[in-house]
Design a protein around this ligand. Sequence first.
Ligand SMILES: C[S@@+](CC[C@H](N)C(=O)[O-])C[C@H]1O[C@@H](n2cnc3c(N)ncnc32)[C@H](O)[C@@H]1O
Length: 477
Amino acid sequence: MRFLPTEAAARLGEAREGFSRAALSAVYGPAAVHAADRGDYRSLLARCGDDRLGVWTRLFVIGVPVGRDAAAAAFAPLGIEEALGCGLLEPVGDEVAAGWGAQFEGDRILFSDQLPNTTGGRHREHVLGVGGASKLLLDLALHDGAATALDIGTGCGVQALALPAASVTATDLSERALAFAALNADVNGVDLELLQGDLLEPVAGRRFDLVVANPPFVVAAPGSGWTYRDGGREADGIAAELAAASTSLLNPGGTMQFLANWLHVAGRDWSERVAAWFPETEARVWAVEREVLDPLDYVRTWQRDSGESHDAEQAARWLDWFEANGVEGVGFGFIVIRRIDGPTEIVCEAVRHAVETPWRDRVGDWFAMRERDLEPETLWQAKLTVAAGVALQQVAAPSAEGWDVDRQWLQQANGMRYAEEVDPLIVGFLGGCNGQAEVRLQVRLLADGYGAEPAMLYAQLYPVIRRLIERGFLTLA
Ligand SMILES: C[S@@+](CC[C@H](N)C(=O)[O-])C[C@H]1O[C@@H](n2cnc3c(N)ncnc32)[C@H](O)[C@@H]1O
């Protein structure tokens, strides 16, 4: 299925030239664009004329119809009949309206079923535009020179088009999604290999340097079927399947990154459930939980998403399923897997606060740190420095002798912005981390002060020092 042949899609790309976020700001002013982002279109309505930019803005930003003649001029060299024929425009009396949504992502434009100002799935094969989850994955995806990349469940192609690899493959179950991805590739002048099929089936036996997926991860209501969000698996099976296949999809050293929902089942920590999905060897895994919703909030959220909030019976069936399966919450987050040599290592953590973005830098730092030698003998000889932006914060109460420190913790201003509680011994140790003295000298000095054996003291300090390095509080020279 194709909406437009490549040659006609290229003409649509030509017609769109000049319709960009930067152009909207330059012509109508940043305040008008900012207001429109918040749903206030008064300024744009007053200022958009019948010129090319005005017509594209009316159709795809404000979501109002325009005159047919103005549209014909604004879409040339694509013919108005071609635009109507493929679904890009729809007739509304004497005027035409947008049949598809068009969103900006960087310099690219992305057509999809996401009409301006609408929420909720329209039809079962609805092809999503660029939403919050898409943006999270865009922010996460590594840009470190992969030769081959794969995007599973590409939808309109938003991830695939942004992947900076020499060869990009994109798959989807939905023919309509692949038609949008093909159109968007042509309009933006990007080459993609597009394959149709269920999850991993279209790339069976192949390996890639980078794999990304914003899969249909919703833990669906029994019997529901929105292709854009329900992958046709029970519970969080889609994430489990991706995790299990990760190492066999990756070249050595390659990375897979995907978004997921996972269940919080009564009596079991979520991290055990997620950790159980991976092969026993060759995976280094970082699973980050960004939020947890209780079943009712989860059901209401996804019912709003698909415009089914009115369906109390569906909500009841969905909630019954959660209850019967002992589900107390549904976590949302991302998982990054690197194929390594050796036994699998898994770190699952909850990160609820805002980190310094882009997330890809945090992912890069996390893996870079795990690739360093942090064994006790190595750290014994290392010179450490407190990382830039780390501050010691204290809560203290006045006493007869001065201030009694009740709690103290390290706080990062950048990067992961972690906070970590520390005891006076560690605070003393950190005071000597100026990049000059080796750890062994610092430990000996501290041991003298405490009247302790250096080896015993180091045995106590080592796990904390290692953790502080891994979490970016301390840097190695
Ligand atoms: C949440 S959307 C993601 C779209 C896009 N990649 C993004 O980041 O916004 C999930 C996509 O997976 C596709 N999909 C659904 N079930 C699938 C399956 N079993 N195998 C492959 N793709 C599937 C849907 O058609 C949809 O395009």
